[in-house]
Each structure stands twice: as C-alpha cells, then as structure tokens.
Write a protein that binds this ligand. Structure first.
Ligand code: HSE
Length: 418
C-alpha cells in the first residue's frame, strides 16, 4: 500500500524519504504489510529527484486520499504546519513530526485532537534528533517521578562551542560551517539564542510533568555573548561551557496540583567530571533522573539529515502498526503563568568575569560580599581582569551583589554553573 505522505522536502524530508525507501522491505515486514511513500508535498520543483513522480504541490491531495494513513510533517514552523497537522488528524490520519516549534506551542491541543480521532501525533524527532528520548520518557521511565532533566539539546550551538574550544575557530566561521552541514535552523537565531533548545526542554518538561510548558514561560539565553576569555577561564578551572536546557520540579520533587517547575535554558559551566562536558560537536545528550531508575543518559546525533530521519521513520512505523488506535501520549494544557517559577528565585553558583582598574583592590570587597567564593585564573590574565565563582545562592541575591559591584567594575560575563 502507498500509505505515507511526507510534507516538506528539505534536509529532514529528503532524509526521511531516503531512509524509508532504502529500508522499505524491512519496514513493511515490521509493520506486517506492504508500505510505501505515495506523496512528497513541496511547493518547489525537484525535477532531478529519483522521487519526482511522487511530488505534489497541494496538501489537499494528501488529505483527500483515503489510502494515506500517516503524514510526516517536516516543514517546521507554526504555519502552515499547524493547519496541515490539524486537518490531517481530524481526518483520522496520524501525523509524525520533527517540528519542535509546533509541538512546544500546540502540542497539548494536537495530542487531544489525535486522541479524539483515534490516531496519533508522534514527535520523537523533535528532541535530540536521532536520540530516542520521547518514547523512553513516555513508556520505559513512566513508573518514576522525574527529579530532573537536563541536557545539551541543540547540535548547532554544541558544534560551535566545540569548534571554538578545540580549534579556536571564531564564532561566525563555526556557525557558517554548521549551516553548510545542515544542522542550523533556517534562521540561526533560534539556535544561537537558545530558542530551539527552549522548545525542546518545554516538550520534555510537558511530557515528564504532565502539564504544558510554553516557551514564553521559560527564561532563555544563548551563546552569542560567550567570549574566548570565558572559555579559557572555564577550561583552566576544569569546566566546559555548554548550552544546557533543564527542567525540574520545585518543592518535594513531585508535581501535583499545587506544584511548580523550574525550567531554564542558558550556557553553563559544566564540570569535566560530568558526562555532559564530554559531549562534543553536533552530538546531544540528555540526563534524566528518576526516583526509581536513578541517573540515565541518552546520547547521540542531535541534528542532521539521516539521524533526524531515523526518528521520523521510527514514528511512521509506530503509527502504521497502530492504525486506528491511539498509543497514549498526552499532557494537560496549562496556562497558569506561575507554573514555571521565576528563575531569579532558584539557587545557583555563578561564574563572573569583571574588568576594573582597581581589580586587585576589589578582591577583598568581593569576597566579603559573596562569602566563600573561588577566584579562577587563565593564562596571561590582564591585571585589570578578575574571574570568580560565587557560592550557591539565589540569582536575585547574586544580581543584587553584582549591581553594587557594577559601581566599581564592568561586569563582562556571568554564566551559571550546572
Ligand atoms: N537546529 C537544530 C540543532 C536541529 O542544531 O539541534 C535539530 O533540532
């Protein structure tokens, strides 16, 4: 049967078609019946593609064809992806996607529509590219209360940071290479400023804690302000700088009716003793702690054509195997503005780099201000520069101290520790 349609023939779409066709026979065996891709929907022309005879421009062709059971939406962005997805689900066609922006903003609603129409909305590829994380959280770890999730969730920024650390490549050249390799989003701001990682931590947090976390509820900062000096200080103090998304319950570790979560995306100094510090290049890693299982780590290629296609095709197979049945993945919609706590109320240690003509003289005042802090060094540190790591305290306390310090020094950098 020609029962699958792929919407969007970009990097992930072409990878999905390539992988599906390469393994079509074994996929058909796994599903238990013959399966194939009937349509590829894209407004562009691909006359040289070996699949040119399956290309159509109008999504309604897919919608009106009863033979189509599964639609792979790999166009990205909210529209027209949302409209296409909703219409397909309302027709009882399952939808699989790599579109984290759509899942993070409309996931609760689309899952609800899928259940009402006895079909599925699956999004393994939306977090961690080829890494299995959605299904393990939803199934294998379902018996746990999840105490925390934190991870490197964006391949582009990890690739850029790795090139900056290992090859002293400048930021722009590393970004341009990531774009050439097909890792970056169409607008690389989403990668660099942490929005892509933010969408992914929202999806993981929604799944783990059962209530939708919207990206605009989560404090998010990216890597564009990370300087070579910060990388050097971190290295010499035994840390790597990584863009980390994290989510955890606040309180007794169990999310109930009155519970809240802390969720944040930001660069962090990660100790070299932590496995996350060793994750390099386009690889992603996600650490999950459950009250039964303890710590588990998921690791693999977090971006790129075939790794992401691997997750999309896995979801297509799951949908084909569960035709007419919902595989139960869901969370409540949630518009409580206080569900995600203000990040300034959360405790952290902070790396701070300052510049001041009186740097040496300021040392004792800074120590008095923060209590037991650690000064750190880098090779050829200029005399007017100081870097230190604060003790663990709330961010608002750190901010208050830095506001006082800013009268006598320029605050050049502040990066949280993991
Ligand atoms: N731009 C994303 C990344 C693609 O670099 O991780 C995979 O979601």
């Amino acid at each position: 049967m020609k029962n699958v349609a792929v919407i969007g023939y970009g990097v992930v779409g072409s990878g999905t078609v390539e992988l599906f066709e390469k393994n079509r026979e074994s996929i058909s065996k796994k599903v238990g019946r013959d399966c194939d891709i009937k349509y590829i929907v894209d407004l562009r022309d691909f006359p040289d593609s070996p699949f040119a005879d399956r290309m159509v421009k109008d999504f309604n062709t897919v919608l009106e064809d009863d033979e189509i059971e599964v639609v792979a939406e790999v166009i990205g962005g909210i529209e027209p992806a949302y409209t296409f997805t909703k219409k397909a689900l309302e027709k009882g066609k399952s939808v699989v996607t790599s579109n984290k922006e759509l899942v993070a903003n409309k996931g609760a609603q689309l899952l609800d529509i899928a259940h009402k129409h006895n079909c599925n909305y699956l999004f393994e590829a939306s977090v961690g590219g080829g890494i299995p994380i959605i299904r393990p959280l939803n199934k294998c770890l379902a018996g746990n209360s999840i105490e925390q999730i934190s991870g490197i969730l964006n391949g582009t920024t990890n690739f850029i940071l790795t090139k900056m650390i290992r090859e002293q490549m400048d930021f722009e050249s590393a970004l341009s290479l990531a774009q050439q390799l097909g890792y970056a989003e169409k607008d690389p701001t989403a990668d660099i400023e942490g929005h892509d990682a933010c969408r992914k931590i929202c999806i993981l947090g929604s799944l783990a804690y059962g209530k939708h976390i919207y990206p605009n509820q989560v404090h998010c900062s990216g890597i564009s302000h990370i300087a070579a000096e910060d990388i050097a200080y971190a290295e010499s103090a035994g840390y790597a700088i990584k863009l980390i998304g994290s989510v955890k319950p606040v309180g007794d570790g169990r999310v109930g009716d009155n519970e809240k979560v802390s969720a944040i995306v930001c660069p962090r100094l990660v100790s070299k003793r932590n496995m996350l510090s060793t994750v390099e290049g386009v690889y992603n890693a996600i650490s999950v702690t459950g009250d039964g299982v303890g710590d588990v780590m998921f690791y693999g290629q977090g971006a790129g054509k075939l790794p992401t296609a691997s997750a999309v095709v896995g979801d297509i197979i799951d949908c084909l195997k569960h035709k007419g049945r919902s595989v139960m993945i869901s969370w409540e919609d949630n518009h409580d503005e206080n569900y995600v706590v203000d990040h300034r109320t959360v405790e952290t240690a902070m790396y701070v780099r300052i510049n001041s003509e009186d740097a040496a003289a300021l040392k004792s005042a800074i120590s008095e201000m923060f209590g037991k802090l650690t000064y750190i060094e880098r090779p050829n540190r200029p005399k007017n520069e100081l870097a230190f790591i604060t003790p663990t305290m709330t961010e608002s306390e750190i901010d208050a101290n830095l506001a006082i310090l800013s009268h006598s020094a320029d605050i050049m950098s502040r990066i949280r520790l993991l």
